[in-house]
Design a protein around this ligand. Structure first.
Ligand code: ATP
Ligand code: MG
Length: 333
């Protein structure tokens, strides 16, 4: 049976990349009838410092974004990662399955630790193993993510396969398929076509936040980096125009069409025509999501009910799996 699983870190304000690369995809999968498990990754968030006074609110905000973007808590299981103890428990066991050499190759750690590798938390290093636990605990078959998570998904498959072999448990963990789909699997920064749009980018101008109002969105798009050229024609190679390619991908994803169709529509026009059209589209797509998020955040009781109920439903699946794993490993019972 199909089981979809994914998560978003409770590490700050959500942005357009999270919306197009993750939230919008989750909703499409749910609406296609697949059972979805979506967690708020608070254990992942603390791999870098999070203010304890804000973490619970950040968690509720991601839950609000799930619901506001169309996920139905009655159908989809929405829960805080830390509320299901099995995540941490399985992560430890998988830490002993994963190899140091595998983790040494992870590019996200290299990017996030930057010049200060020795001052990064050990959690930031072993983050992809926790991610493997998140997925394998539910024996998920498909994991919708942005392009940046592709390498971590491959690691999850390697860990699953090694566990199955090491413990002579063939097929115990199914190997999950990454779902990296649509025109906007890697939305780039509005200021730098070589950097991913990220929550953790210090520049607010680099991203469109789900909480930005219409004027802010329009201003950020107007000021977004482009070049001296005009909109490309179909067939033009955009390798040296990453910012332009990015705006076209965003337009395509927001209007549920292809990059080719957008290129055909705007070929030869100036950015003075394209950017306002893109801003209108972004505002129209995000305004209802933002409004619903605000409404939900005004009454945390509703979100808390969803998270509590989701945690119970998730634990009902995860706890027996971690119990089986402990038996397979040979722990005293
Ligand atoms: P952080 O900077 O704290 O890592 P983030 O913006 O990368 O935050 P995550 O919570 O790590 O957000 O990722 C949540 C989901 O959003 C993942 O599936 C990830 O692949 C996807 N995602 C993140 N950034 C982008 C982006 N720029 N374009 C498309 N998808 C993205
Ligand atoms: Mg990230």
């Amino acid at each position: 049976p199909r089981r979809i699983l994914s998560g978003i870190q409770a590490s700050g304000a959500l942005h357009l990349g999270n919306y197009l690369g993750a939230l919008k995809r989750f909703t499409a999968l749910q609406d296609s009838g697949a059972p979805c498990f979506l967690f708020v990754a608070d254990l992942h968030a603390i791999t870098v410092w999070q203010d304890p006074a804000l973490l619970a609110a950040q968690t509720r905000e991601i839950a609000a974004a799930y619901i506001a973007s169309g996920l139905d808590p009655a159908t989809s299981t929405i829960f805080p990662q830390s509320a299901v103890r099995a995540h941490s428990e399985l992560a430890w066991i998988l830490n002993c399955v994963a190899r140091l050499g595998w983790l040494d190759r992870m590019t996200q750690f290299k990017e996030k630790s930057g010049k200060h590798k020795e001052r990064s938390s050990v959690g930031l290093y072993t983050y992809p193993v926790l991610q493997a636990a998140d997925i394998l605990l539910y024996k998920a078959t498909e994991v919708p993510v942005g392009e940046d998570q592709k390498q971590h998904l491959e690691l999850t498959r390697d860990i699953a396969a090694k566990f199955n072999t090491d413990f002579n448990a063939p097929g115990f963990f199914p190997l999950p398929e990454p779902l990296i789909q649509g025109p906007a699997t890697r939305v780039m920064s509005l200021r730098d076509g070589a950097a991913k749009m990220s929550k953790s980018d210090p520049s607010d101008q680099s991203r469109i936040n789900l909480t930005d109002d219409a004027d802010t969105i329009a201003a950020k798009i107007r000021k977004s980096k482009t070049d001296m050229g005009v909109m490309p024609a179909p067939g033009d190679v955009l390798d040296d125009r990453p910012e332009v390619r990015n705006l076209i991908a965003i337009y395509a994803a927001l209007s549920d069409t292809t990059r080719e169709a957008v290129t055909a529509q705007f070929a030869g026009q100036g950015f003075g025509a394209f950017k306002p059209a893109l801003a209108d589209l972004a505002v129209a797509a995000l305004a209802p999501v933002t409004a619903e998020m605000r409404r939900l955040m005004d009454d945390p009781a509703e979100i808390d009910r969803v998270l509590k109920d989701g945690a119970e439903r998730a634990a009902a699946i995860a706890d027996p799996v971690v119990d089986e794993v402990k038996k397979i490993v040979g722990f005293w019972r």
